[in-house]
Design a protein. Structure first.
Ligand code: 5GP
Ligand code: MG
Length: 179
């Protein structure tokens, strides 16, 4: 199916589940290589990164602890604002090799706020893994050590990403079709 309708919007197939799986596999190998002989604390950013994180987790061969973090940015459903509220068990990050797993880095403001907050709890090391990135949308420079793929500045759904809480279950990724 090339098109999906979610609520009032039409989306067009953009990235297939097979392409995503290949990217996850590559990222997992990079992480396995970089963290060999060490332990990892995977920090899943809710809710968008749940699907990517669990696909990644199953491909890791280093001891992993899993924590969650939630960063709610306020604004409408399609564009991100800059204001972020962050919730996590921050004490679990102290002295750990933290890998923050994000679904997508857009303006970069969310991940920048997350990294800033986590740094206050003195992890041994912090890195970011993101499935998607929209470099054209960046408002602040953020380090993404592990990236699935760069995409155009389009709104996407599927593979954990939602439109007004719908579409997360789609195995493929769809872009908002122009109307
Ligand atoms: P940023 O703070 O980098 O601008 O945005 C980060 C968050 O905005 C992401 O974690 C994600 O929740 C949301 N976001 C950004 N772009 C998209 C998109 O194309 N589709 C969806 N569903 N969410 C997005
Ligand atoms: Mg997110």
């Amino acid at each position: 199916m090339i098109f999906k309708t979610i609520l009032d919007k039409t989306f067009r197939l953009y990235i297939t589940a097979e392409q995503i799986a290949a990217a996850v596999e590559r990222i997992a190998e990079e992480i396995n290589r970089d963290y060999a002989g060490r332990e990892l604390t995977l920090v899943v950013t809710l809710k968008g990164a749940m699907v990517f994180s669990m696909d990644l987790l199953r491909r890791l061969r280093v001891p992993c602890r899993v924590e969650t973090i939630s960063a709610k940015s306020y604004g409408n459903a399609v564009e991100s604002s800059g204001k972020v509220e962050i919730v996590a068990n921050f004490d679990t990050f102290r002295g750990r090799n933290v890998l923050v797993v994000e679904d997508i880095v857009d303006s970069g403001l969310t991940i920048a706020a997350i990294l800033d907050k986590i740094s206050q709890y003195e992890p041994a090391e912090t890195a970011v893994a993101a499935m998607f990135s929209k470099p054209a949308m960046r408002k602040t420079d953020v380090p993404v050590a592990y990236l699935g793929r760069e995409i155009e500045p389009l709104f996407i759904v599927g593979y954990g990403l939602d439109y007004a809480e719908y579409g997360r279950e789609l195995p493929d990724v769809y872009q908002l079709a122009d109307t």
